[in-house]
Each structure stands twice: as structure tokens, then as C-alpha cells.
Design a protein around this ligand. Structure first.
Ligand SMILES: CC(C)(COP(=O)(O)OP(=O)(O)OC[C@H]1O[C@@H](n2cnc3c(N)ncnc32)[C@H](O)[C@@H]1OP(=O)(O)O)[C@@H](O)C(=O)NCCC(=O)NCCS
Length: 152
């Protein structure tokens, strides 16, 4: 029987698995070890993984900041290992993230997604994210980003 996926907080022992998911998902754009260590320090328990037994299959990391006296969040990154996509793990991570943000009384969450990333956009649309603006040449290779937003 396959072990069940569980959403839990990231720990440093997950780092190698998260890096492997990252490289498989984003190639040349992948965040490196140091950046993930920094994100862990900054985001704490808003750095989540989907784990089954001792295996990590997906992660999502979200940062919060106060802007104009309002607590806001940015979904920095979410990725599911290629073998595990389309099985609800991205949705479970997003749901877990939104629940934690509401508990912290965060008012809104934003994120950036490549205009070509239809699958990512489908995931965010499912959770009610709406388009705020398009940012030209946001990515290093010159592709535009869509900035999406959801009020909580
Ligand atoms: C985007 C990503 C995180 C989605 O994770 P996932 O676990 O595959 O998503 P889910 O199984 O929860 O599906 C979420 C929604 O995505 C859409 N979706 C799922 N599989 C899809 C596919 N093969 N093609 C298009 N859309 C798809 C559906 O709308 C689905 O909702 P529904 O099944 O309830 O209708 C994952 O594909 C991934 O890691 N991609 C590479 C990294 C990435 O692009 N991250 C986002 C950067 S902004």
C-alpha cells in the first residue's frame, strides 16, 4: 500500500529532496541550497512539504511582510515532483498555505507565474486567484509574468 501524503512544516533534513524537486521543475531557474536555507529562516512554518513516509514529494514556500500596516503574503514557490503531479498535491499544499495565512490574519496573498505556465495558472484559478497585472520581461529569459492576487 502507498503511504499517505501529509502536509507538514519543512525541516533541514528535507533540503536534498526539495532541491531535487526544484531542479526537475524549474531547470535553469531553480533556486539553490543557500536560497532555500534563507527562505527557511525567513518563512519558518510557512515553508511546507507534502511527505509520504520519509519521502518528500512536493513543497510550497510563502513569505509574509507588513505593507501599509497590512499583513500581506507572497507565495514564493510551489513545485510537485514530476512523478506526483496531477494527484492533488499542489492543491493540498495551497489549501494548507491559505489556511495558515488566514490563521495569521494575513489580508492578501500575491504570486508571479510565467504566462506560458498553464498548469500553474489552472492551480491558482482553482483557488480564486485573480490577475492583478502583467509584468513584461519579468524572468531572466525575457518571458512575461502574470501577477495574481487573492484576498483572504
Ligand atoms: C503547478 C503544479 C504545482 C500543480 O501541482 P499538481 O499537484 O500537479 O496540481 P493538482 O493535482 O493539485 O491539480 C491542480 C489543478 O491543476 C490543473 N491540472 C492538473 N493537472 C493538469 C494537467 N495535466 N494539465 C493542465 N492542468 C492540470 C487542474 O485544474 C487541477 O485542478 P482539478 O484537478 O481539481 O481540476 C505542478 O504541476 C508543478 O510542480 N509544476 C512545475 C512547477 C511550477 O510550475 N510551479 C508553479 C510556479 S508559479
Amino acid at each position: 500500500m502507498q503511504p499517505q501524503n501529509r502536509i507538514r512544516a519543512f525541516r533541514m533534513s528535507d533540503l536534498d529532496a526539495v532541491l531535487a524537486i526544484e531542479r526537475a521543475s524549474f531547470g535553469a531557474d531553480a533556486y539553490d541550497r543557500n536560497l532555500f536555507a534563507e527562505l527557511f529562516e525567513k518563512c519558518g512554518r510557512l515553508f511546507l512539504v507534502a511527505a509520504a513516509g520519509s519521502g518528500v514529494r512536493a513543497y510550497a514556500v510563502t513569505a509574509t511582510a507588513v505593507r501599509r500596516e497590512t499583513l500581506c503574503a507572497e507565495l514564493v514557490s510551489v513545485a510537485v515532483g514530476p512523478a506526483w503531479r496531477g494527484q492533488g498535491m499542489g492543491s493540498a499544499l495551497l489549501l494548507g498555505t491559505l489556511r495558515r495565512l488566514r490563521l495569521r490574519r494575513v489580508h492578501r496573498v500575491t504570486l508571479a507565474v510565467r504566462v506560458s505556465n498553464r498548469r500553474g495558472q489552472a492551480l491558482y484559478a482553482k483557488f480564486g486567484f485573480a490577475r492583478l497585472r502583467r509584468v513584461r520581461r519579468y524572468y531572466e529569459d525575457g518571458e512575461d509574468a502574470l501577477v495574481l492576487c487573492k484576498r483572504l
